[in-house]
Design a protein around this ligand. Structure first.
Ligand SMILES: Nc1nc2c(ncn2[C@@H]2O[C@H](COP(=O)(O)OP(=O)(O)OP(=O)(O)O)[C@@H](O)[C@H]2O)c(=O)[nH]1
Ligand SMILES: [Mg+2]
Length: 219
């Protein structure tokens, strides 16, 4: 007898993710699942994004990491509701973990929920967390070949944030090639260059979030 463990795990996850999506929709919360390799700049981007948005929106963050509360501490310091999930050895978040984290967030007072997934370009791609949109952060020092080398991740995203563009003059990242590779793999995904360090490109990113939030709140 052969038991297909992967499919049954994913089916269970999907049930929880569907329930989460329904609950988020009822509460008019925009949910963004942010994925990347370790160190691409997810937390740095979130810190700056929260600073830009927090006058207008009530923001919550679920932080996923193998260990420590370091990222949640950084987010809390800029005033957002935060829950740190430690997966132990787990290389991705799943919908059940998000359900657990939600018990510690006040959904009645949230407009936007960011979920920072565990840093890697493989495991997180297959797990629906009930989000409205999946976003991948790719950073300049990683090199543009990551798009064709990790196709599952980039095929499923709706937006690629190309972070650390302040480093472009010092590294040989080929932006045109990255855009071409992404359009071949996933023609509906956009690529948005920015820098969490200098703030360059943030206007377009903030506009993107506001448009998505308006879209879910339309009567
Ligand atoms: N030069 C430059 N450095 C950046 C930028 N964004 C982040 N960094 C640096 O990159 C390093 C990693 O940033 P984090 O925000 O911790 O990255 P992360 O993706 O959250 O990392 P994990 O949670 O460990 O996966 C830190 O030293 C940041 O200061 C940027 O736009 N430009
Ligand atoms: Mg982080």
């Amino acid at each position: 007898m052969r038991i297909d463990v992967k499919n049954s795990v994913l089916a269970e996850n999907q049930k929880s993710a569907d329930a989460l999506r329904e609950m988020f929709a009822k509460n008019d919360i925009l949910v963004l699942n942010i994925m990347s390799s370790p160190g691409a700049g997810k937390t740095s981007l979130l810190v700056k994004t929260i600073q830009e948005l927090s006058k207008e929106y009530r923001i919550g963050v679920i932080e996923g990491d193998l260990a420590t509360t370091l990222d949640a501490d950084r987010i809390r310091a800029v005033g957002a509701q935060t829950v740190q999930l430690n997966t132990g050895g787990g290389c991705h978040l799943d919908a059940r973990m998000v359900e657990k984290a939600n018990e510690h967030l006040d959904m009645d007072v949230l407009d936007i929920l960011f979920i920072e997934n565990v840093g890697n370009l493989v495991c997180p791609s297959g797990y629906d967390l009930g989000q409205n949109h999946k976003i991948v952060v790719l950073s300049v020092p990683e090199g543009n070949d990551k798009i064709p080398k990790y196709p599952h991740m980039f095929r499923r995203t709706e937006l690629v944030l190309l972070n650390k563009i302040d480093l472009l003059p010092y590294l040989d990242f080929n932006t045109e090639q990255a855009a071409q590779d992404l359009s071949l793999l996933n023609p509906s995904s956009a690529i948005l260059p920015l820098s969490a360090k200098t703030g360059e490109g943030f206007d377009a990113w903030i506009r993107w979030i506001k448009e998505k939030r308006d879209a879910i709140c339309r009567p």
